[in-house]
Design a protein around this ligand. Structure first.
Ligand code: ATP
Length: 396
């Protein structure tokens, strides 16, 4: 139907970007990006005449999003030619606009389009040898200034390379390294870099991408002063491989926050504030890190890891602190930590502060806290739920 709307408006209409790439790779992708040679907003409002959709316009970028009631979203953009004009005069007007739009994209694998108008429906537009690169598994920029025009593409190159098991093409890699070493990452806003970094972390196994970033010195340019070490890489690896398992037992937390805690642990203290404000991380992070490091040190010194001892040390740590600590231990100790989390869940005392106040006449304050802590420890040591009240009475 997008082609039909395009025909009605006499607008050449194309499917572009990641969806075309994934169609050719036979990978499902529900991010529908459409480019029209015409006004995207008029296009979207015409779609609205036929379907019950919501339109959100982004005026400054000449784009609009169409939201269908079943959750499908289509982003429509006006073919953009304002960047990177080609010096050569192009042979025909109809393809020149979409060609320029595709030329300003990040990599050849993302720079194909499929025509949606009735005439030529399904025609694949491939101006830059994109399909060949896709078949060969190559990430290639479309012109030499690409990384300089938009250094976030440095992170995007790594994301796609690792996601598809592709290789960054030789010349592209040289230009990428040069852009990194010439300090172009430093010229981008922290927010844009953070967005791309979060996309890398959202991939199923981000550890290889992070390893690659370390090898290419990207991490140092994102986080000045960070000491690359085998140890840090090991901690990243542990963090990412164990993420899902731990996430099931804790509150939600952000991968990037814990990753940055690991980075800050390996960065001189004077860089901390700069990193936090550049990327907009929570201001409380240095405090969280300090607490985590204090617990970590004690755990490393502690010989008897029985659950009651763990509880005395850290009670129930926040998800961030737990992930951070866990990343520092080997499989055996990590498993104890995981069992500890499960035990906290299954041994939660039934007696709580409210009961101590109402039934035993205690006043709110440190005494209640102390009793509840002892009770939790006892439960973790095997005290049955039925004996909780007897245990509390003994403490009073
Ligand atoms: P994913 O499958 O992760 O969603 P995607 O290729 O769809 O990947 P998006 O970030 O959604 O990536 O971007 C959509 C399209 O917009 C890309 O395929 C690419 O053509 C273009 N694009 C996105 N970011 C850039 C950029 N920084 N520079 C140039 N083109 C970009």
């Amino acid at each position: 139907f997008l082609g039909v709307v395009g025909d009605e408006l006499l607008m050449p209409t194309y499917l572009v970007g990641g969806m075309v790439r994934d169609l050719l790779l036979n990978i499902p992708n529900y991010d529908i990006d459409v480019v029209v040679e015409g006004d995207a907003r008029i296009f979207s409002h015409t779609v609205k005449r036929y379907f019950d959709v919501k339109i959100v316009e982004h005026k400054s970028f000449k784009t609009s999003s169409i939201f269908f009631s079943d959750g499908v979203r289509i982003d429509v953009a006006t073919a953009r030619t304002e960047f990177y004009e080609e010096p050569a005069v192009l042979p025909n007007v109809e393809t020149s606009t979409i060609k320029k739009d595709l030329y300003r994209r990040d990599f050849s694998i993302n720079a194909m389009a499929i025509k949606l108008n009735h005439e030529e429906y399904g025609l694949l537009l491939d101006f830059f040898g994109c399909r060949k690169d896709l078949a060969k598994g190559i990430i290639r920029i479309l012109h030499n200034l690409s990384f300089i025009e938009d250094p976030t593409r440095i992170l995007r190159a790594i994301r796609f390379e690792q996601r598809f098991g592709f290789k960054i093409e030789e010349r592209t890699l040289q230009l990428l390294k040069k852009a990194v070493n010439d300090g172009y990452l430093e010229r981008v806003t922290g927010q844009r870099l953070r967005d791309e970094l979060e996309k890398i972390l959202a991939e199923p196994e981000p550890q290889n991408a992070v390893k690659r970033m370390t090898k290419l010195d990207i991490l140092k340019h994102l986080f000045p002063g960070v000491r690359h070490s085998k140890e840090l890489q090991k901690h990243f690896d542990r963090l990412f491989t164990r993420w899902e398992t731990i996430e099931k037992l804790t509150n939600e937390s952000r991968k990037i926050t814990v990753m940055v805690m690991l980075v800050l642990e390996n960065t001189p203290e004077e860089s901390t504030d700069w990193i936090i404000s550049r990327y907009g991380f929570p201001k409380r992070l240095p405090e969280v890190l300090k607490t985590s490091l204090r617990i970590l040190k004690k755990l490393q010194e502690m010989e008897d890891w029985r659950f009651s001892n763990l509880y005395r040390l850290m009670e129930r740590p926040s998800a961030e602190i737990f992930h951070f600590i866990d990343a520092h231990f080997d499989e055996k100790k990590s498993n104890i930590l995981l069992k500890y989390l499960k035990a906290l869940e299954s041994n939660k005392p039934k007696v709580n502060g409210g009961i101590l106040i109402q039934k035993y006449g205690l006043k709110e304050g440190p005494e209640i806290k102390m009793i509840l802590k002892e009770l939790y420890c006892a439960r973790l040591e095997g005290l049955p739920e039925s004996e909780e009240e007897a245990f509390v009475r003994k403490l009073l």
